[in-house]
Design a protein around this ligand. Structure first.
Ligand SMILES: [Zn+2]
Ligand SMILES: [Zn+2]
Length: 298
């Protein structure tokens, strides 16, 4: 079931990732991201409860094309016959032209270890895709605008509603510590760097977080973790920005991949993987965590 974040903003947690719906029942509304593969009927049921039987969004906005944000995109676009909007620089990974830079599990931490069993390929959503309006507007919802917040992926976007300072950061940063195994159970609210194994440019990631902190938001909700709301939100985000540090090691920490309109053009060489030996138990632990987390809707 969708849970409230702010007026006209609701969140649906799917295992470890969030999907959002923007807009009020009875009016135009948008779905933001499409969760994991196989979650279409779960999202669909939540939509019926929130917006009513037969309701369909004006469109689905994709903040970026990682597997955990677009898993049910095709099924839902077909079901509702609605377009998928994304940033032009994300298109190579959504039109079958390029895979993402290979995930980098070498820096350690929970998500890095679990990423060994996660996909990093691109998708081809073909004729369902549209490019976001170049003026920063969001289709059908004039109070919202999108902001280009690259770093995690080249065409990553966040969404902002100026009137009440609501920020949907997607994977520009997270509101839980994705490196910590226990955080997947406790859901402790904590501003944290975006998923390390899937973030390809740490310098640009930092710039994007600074840009978002500059908005002085009053509520932030990210792709991973529970929303953070209240007077302390902006000061907390400011402190997080000032103390932001990329992982100490990793394939993309010193030199990011070169990407362009056609996707990935050049990759830095692979780095030694100090955790390879521990990978087997980590993958097993990750599988158990996922199985347990799946039972707990959050
Ligand atoms: Zn992502
Ligand atoms: Zn994500």
């Amino acid at each position: 079931m969708f849970k409230p974040v702010a007026q006209g903003v609701v969140r649906l947690g799917i295992v470890f990732v969030n999907v959002f719906a923007l807009g009020e029942p009875g009016g135009p509304w948008l779905l933001v991201d499409a969760g994991l593969k196989g979650s279409a009927s779960y999202i669909y049921q939540a939509v019926v409860r929130r917006f009513g039987m037969g309701a369909r969004p004006e469109a689905i906005l994709l903040t970026h094309g990682h597997f955990d944000h677009v898993g049910a995109a095709r099924d839902l676009a077909c079901e509702w016959n609605v377009p998928l909007y994304a940033h032009p620089l994300e298109m190579p990974y959504l039109t079958g032209k390029s895979d993402y830079p290979p995930r980098d599990p070498t820096m350690g931490g929970a998500m890095a270890q679990m990423s060994r069993i996660m996909p990093d390929h691109g998708y081809d959503f073909g004729h369902w895709l549209r490019t976001l309006p170049s003026d920063g507007g969001v289709p059908s919802l004039p109070g919202w605008r999108w902001l280009h917040t690259p770093g995690h992926t080249p065409g990553h976007i966040s969404l902002y509603r100026e009137a009440d300072g609501v920020l949907l950061a997607a994977d520009a940063f997270a509101t839980m510590n994705l490196d910590s195994w226990s955080a997947y159970f406790t859901r402790k609210r904590e501003l944290s760097r975006p998923s390390p194994p899937f973030t390809s440019d740490w310098g640009v990631t930092r710039e994007s977080i600074e840009k978002l902190a500059g908005l002085v938001p009053r509520a932030v909700a990210a792709g991973h973790g529970l929303p953070i709301v209240g007077d302390n939100t902006a000061p907390e985000l400011r402190r997080f920005t000032e103390s932001f540090t990329p992982p100490r090691r990793g394939r993309y920490v010193a030199s990011p991949p070169v990407t362009g309109e056609k996707g990935v053009e050049e990759l830095p060489p692979p780095v030694p993987d100090p955790y390879a030996r521990r990978a087997a138990w980590a993958v097993a632990a990750g599988t158990i965590i996922f199985a347990l987390a799946r039972r707990r809707r959050w």
